[in-house]
Design a protein around this ligand. Structure first.
Ligand code: BTN
Length: 269
């Protein structure tokens, strides 16, 4: 394909996204930006202004892409999928930690369908191929009287990056769908598949709860039921990755048999 045609074809405009979407709820309303600070903040603002669930905020580039724990998220122009979805699940506040698992499973299913490779999930919510991260999930939640008012699911997927675009240190830790599949990926098609999986899983969760989705998450997590070390701000905890509980906490069985619930941290492999 001629370069100019290909570039136009790959632009994530509202029309292009609409032309490939297969969903009813996810992407019902689309805010597509050339450049934005972070899609999560814009989605959060829209949600405080009563934007219904399913709205999608997406940008070709983020100036201040955010990762977990105030890390920055490299969001180069035109290379990835940087987007946020507004959800309004009918759940008490203490269950808000469950929704990101639903997103992780959905991205993994979509990637498997489009490129035929099965991503690993790493707690709390990284997606890896060949041991390197290509997707991260960041959720921002607003509570109202002990319930979730809305949750912003921010998803970043490295899609068409080449190794030459990253430093050696980044290449050791990060990858893209293009690097792993050896082909350029149509970002709109990838987005449409992620949203289709997200919608299917969200419906399943609303009908039957999170049980099956958490089971799928665990099946895709190679460290589940293995010995792990969780690094937290002030401590390191070691033990068996025993379970995910009904609030989405990691349950670690320590060497003395004690069960420890962990809300946040990073697993060191
Ligand atoms: C992480 O792994 O630390 C989470 C990364 C989340 C990145 C996405 S990109 C879209 C949305 N906007 C942001 O600023 N962050 C999330």
């Amino acid at each position: 394909m001629e370069l100019r045609t290909r570039m136009m074809y790959d632009v994530l405009s509202e029309n292009r996204i609409k032309s490939v979407l297969k969903t009813k709820l996810m992407g019902k309303k689309i805010y597509a930006f050339w450049s934005i600070g972070t899609t999560n903040d814009f989605a959060y603002l829209r949600a405080t202004q009563d934007e219904p669930e399913g709205a999608l905020v997406i940008a070709e580039k983020q100036e201040r892409g955010r990762g977990r724990k105030a890390r920055t998220w490299d969001s180069q122009f035109g290379k990835g999928l940087w987007f946020s979805i507004i959800l309004r699940p009918d759940l008490p506040s203490n269950k808000s930690g469950l929704i990101p698992y639903l997103a992780g499973v959905s991205v993994a299913q979509a990637v498997e369908k489009i490129i035929g490779l099965r991503p690993d999930l790493k707690w709390p919510n990284d997606l890896l191929l060949n041991g390197k991260k290509f997707c991260g999930i960041l959720s921002d939640v607003q509570f109202d009287n002990g319930n979730i008012a809305f949750i912003i699911l921010g998803i970043g997927v490295n899609v068409n990056h080449n190794p030459a675009e990253w430093s050696a240190e980044v290449n050791d830790l990060a990858t893209s769908l293009r690097i792993e599949s050896n082909r350029r990926i149509d970002r709109a098609e990838m987005l449409a598949e992620i949203l289709a999986c997200l919608e299917r899983n969200y419906e399943k969760f609303k009908a039957d709860g999170m049980g099956e989705i958490l089971d799928q998450w665990k099946q895709r997590c190679p460290t589940f039921k293995k010995n792990i070390t969780v690094l937290q701000e002030k401590q390191k905890l070691t033990g068996l990755f025993f379970d995910l509980d009904e609030e989405g906490c990691l349950v670690l069985k320590a060497n003395d048999g004690k069960m420890i619930k962990i809300i946040t941290g990073d697993i060191i492999i």
